[in-house]
Every structure is written in structure tokens, then in C-alpha cells.
Design a protein around this ligand. Sequence first.
Ligand SMILES: [Cu+2]
Length: 276
Amino acid sequence: MHKILINIILFLAPTILYAGQPKDWQLGFQKAASGHMEDLVWFHDYMLLPIITGITVFVLFLVIYACVRYRATRNPVASNTSHNTLIEVIWTLVPCLILILMAVPSFKLLYSQDKIPPADVTIKAIGYQWYWGYEYPDENIVFESYMIQDSELLPGQPRLLSVDNEIVVPVNKVVKVLITANDVLHAWALPSFGVKRDAVPGRINETWFKADRTGTFYGQCSELCGIKHAFMPITVKVVTQKNYEKWLEEAKEKFAKLDKNSNLNLVKINLGDNIK
Ligand SMILES: [Cu+2]
């Protein structure tokens, strides 16, 4: 009994601890950590998947039925029928109706992601070959975020997803993310929040999320950007408002020192310089 319990706990532990990252043998999406992602998961699970399954099974049935029923031995003289108005109207109208049915929740979702509510926290993410730079423009915080190499991983840090300086945001607050790049196209993507936006040199894209629970969430660059594309992960730590304020204090000090010594003074990066 004791052993079974331990096994169950060991089996469930990764699900509970690392809900914000992919798991081995995972099927479906990562666990949602924002209202948006919940809507996206609903849209996929209860709208797209049943419709796709229905259409696939129906077409498969038609193909098998036609093969068996109209095979040469059973149906030696083939019919010459080439038009049937009723069937043609049906096979035009039904797909239209299915598309309209899908369009309603789809557009609702698109527009809710597009319209950014008043932001509590604004972050600027800048893609570089091959790491991310972050700015908190309202707080004067600027830092760079590099992947941790395999040899330097601490226990509990997932490989290829952990970074040295993670973004910290408060829970249940609207976080606006301004996304751009400094060299080539990148994309800032975080599956648990249902967020993915291209980072384009010379222009700023924006998106937003509102994390509904605390924890560490992992994402990756999602636009092929060169040889080390797979090695520029994104880590977001969602904490309580109190801890966020504490982090702000610490970060201002920590990154102010770094900034002075850094050759790459990110504050001075002017988007206009990129358009040459
Ligand atoms: Cu990339």
C-alpha cells in the first residue's frame, strides 16, 4: 500500500511541479495558466477536434463504402450519372455552415487577444541571435536572458528551457509585452499563456497575458532564427504582488550594476537604427 502511494505521488509530481513546461509523452497542450489559453484549449478540444474527427470518419466511411459497394465484381456496369443538384447544394452549404460555426468562437478569441486592456506591467522583449533582452520601461530595468548550459543546470531546472535571468511578473495582473528583434526574425512564445508573437527588426508587435496562478512557465523562440534557435528559451516567473515588488527592488540594484559594466547598453538601442 505504502509503495503504491509513493509511486502515485512520484508519477503525479512532475504534473504538479512542472505544469508550465512540456512533459515526456505529453499529449495535447500544456496546462493553461491564463484565461486565453483556457479558451484556446476549449476551442481545440470541443470545437476543432470533434469537427475534424467527424469529417475524417465520414470521409473514410464514404471511401470504404464506395470501394466495397461499387467494386467491379459487384457493379459490372458503371452508372453514367455526373450531376445531382441536391447533393451539390448540400456539399456546398454544409461546409459553409461548419466554417461559420467555427468562425464565431474563433474571431471572438482573436479579438480578445488583439485588444489589450490597460496594462499593470509592461515588458519589452528583444530577440537577439541567440538570446532575449528584456526591459521594464516603467521601472528602468534592463537585462539579458541567456539559456543555462547543460553542465550548469541546478536540480529541478529543465534542460534547454531554463535561463539565467528570468522575467518576473505579478499574478492576476495584465502584462503587456512589446516584442521586437535586433537582427533577424524571432518569435516570443509561451504556451501556458496562449501567447505567440513574431519579433520583427524595426517594428514593435504587442501582446498581453494575465497569469492566473503563480509558478515558473517556460517558452521558446518560435521562429527559425539561425543555428542556435533552439537555445534561446523564455522563462517567466509568476509571483504574488508582494514578491514582485520585492523583486523590482532587487532587480534595480542587480541590473544597474550589470548595465554599467556591459558593453551592450540595451537602453540606447534605438529601433530607428535598425532600418538601414
Ligand atoms: Cu529562434
